[in-house]
Ligand binder design. Structure first.
Ligand code: UT7
Length: 322
């Protein structure tokens, strides 16, 4: 049985930045409200002609470069996204073509904000069982396309971006454990009601945009993130004090702080990017990882805990030695 480990990370953020002040001209909100309730200061918004595969490709190229892996060595691409370029083919197939490689499996995973953890879980299983040796695992989202720009309760919360890792077979662990869960009973607390089979014609109407009961999602997120962190630590016989960095999904600074507090983790061991990126859904963890790797906080040998919660509900975690 092989192990898998992260050989390199990459990220891409669109050039255009929207500040909280910019939202004051669009909806009845304030910079103060957004900072206090969410911790968000600004977010990146894709250009009109920019796509999810554009962002995923850039992040992937950076990750390949850091890993010193040639694209010909890649034998699996998994992209976590809920905002693909097309209904089909998958964004992973599009990125594979744009990288100029082919033949091996490439597919998308749809698990909303927990998508990157789902993709990591799957790629890790491929590598452990010999089904792949070198995977590109990407989270890429363009939520600006599914935001209701008239709904102040959601439009200020999201941003666009992509993060990627190269996950390679290794004789040392790497990924120590992954844990993924779902509870479909909460579908309507956080969803985009329009879809393919349930009203494609509604895609130009309000149903094509994010609808969220923020308060209820908030409460569920705090409880579930604590449970999954404890599940992960207990399976591995690890104490919170052993973790070098907690890298949570970046939805709201208050959710992140509550999760850290429950684990007794000081905030100076938590990677926070929600202030700069807002919520980029399945891109948020690989983006935060890349930021912390490149600024030197996350170092080789560090013990990292990823945790995420999103629509579905879906949630998941990973404990890994970087
Ligand atoms: O990544 C997937 C998971 N998603 C999340 O984890 C998001 C979870 N939820 C949240 O982060 C928070 O619930 C929000 C940031 C969305 C909202 O914060 P809150 O403290 O739960 O506020 P609330 O929904 O209870 O709203 C409080 C008030 C309301 O006004 P009234 O009814 O008390 O008069 C809202 O209408 O704040 C109002 N409000 C706003 N005011 C100014 C809501 N959005 C805004 C806004 N600006 N943008």
């Amino acid at each position: 049985m092989n192990y898998s480990s992260i050989a390199g990370t990459g990220a891409y953020l669109p050039r255009r930045v929207m500040t909280n002040k910019d939202f004051e001209a669009i909806v009845d909100t304030s910079d103060e409200w957004i900072r206090e309730r969410t911790g968000i200061k600004r977010r990146h918004i894709a250009a009109e002609d920019e796509t999810t595969s554009d962002m995923a490709l850039e992040a992937a190229l950076q990750a390949l470069q850091m890993a010193k892996v040639s694209k010909e060595d890649i034998d699996l691409i998994i992209i976590a996204t809920t905002t693909p370029d097309k209904v089909f083919p998958s964004t992973a197939c599009i990125v594979q073509r744009r990288l100029g490689i082919s033949g091996f499996a490439a597919f998308d995973v749809h698990a909303a904000c927990a998508g990157f953890i789902y993709a990591l879980d799957i790629a890790n299983r491929f590598i452990k069982t010999g089904g792949a040796r070198c995977a590109l695992v990407i989270g890429a989202e363009i939520y600006s396309r599914i935001i209701n720009w008239k709904d102040r309760g959601t439009c200020v919360l999201f941003g666009d971006g992509a993060g990627a890792i190269v996950l390679r077979a290794s004789d040392q662990p790497g990924i120590l454990s992954t844990h993924i869960h779902a509870d479909g009973r909460h579908e309507e607390l956080l969803h985009v009601p329009a879809g393919i089979s349930s009203g494609y014609e509604q895609l130009q109407q309000e149903k094509a945009f994010i609808q969220m009961k923020g308060n209820e999602v908030f409460r569920a997120a705090v409880g579930v993130l604590d449970a999954i962190a404890r599940e992960t630590l207990s399976v591995n016989g690890v104490q919170p004090g052993d973790i070098d960095w907690l890298i949570p999904h970046q939805a709201n600074l208050r959710i992140i702080s509550a999760a850290a507090r429950k684990l007794d983790m000081p905030m100076d061991r938590v990677v926070v990017t929600v202030d700069e990126h807002a919520n980029t859904s399945s891109a948020s963890i690989p983006l935060a990882l890349d930021v912390a790797v490149r600024d030197g906080r996350v170092k080789r040998g560090h013990l990292l805990l990823f945790e995420a919660f999103g629509a579905g509900f879906t949630w998941g975690s990973a404990l890994l030695r970087f």
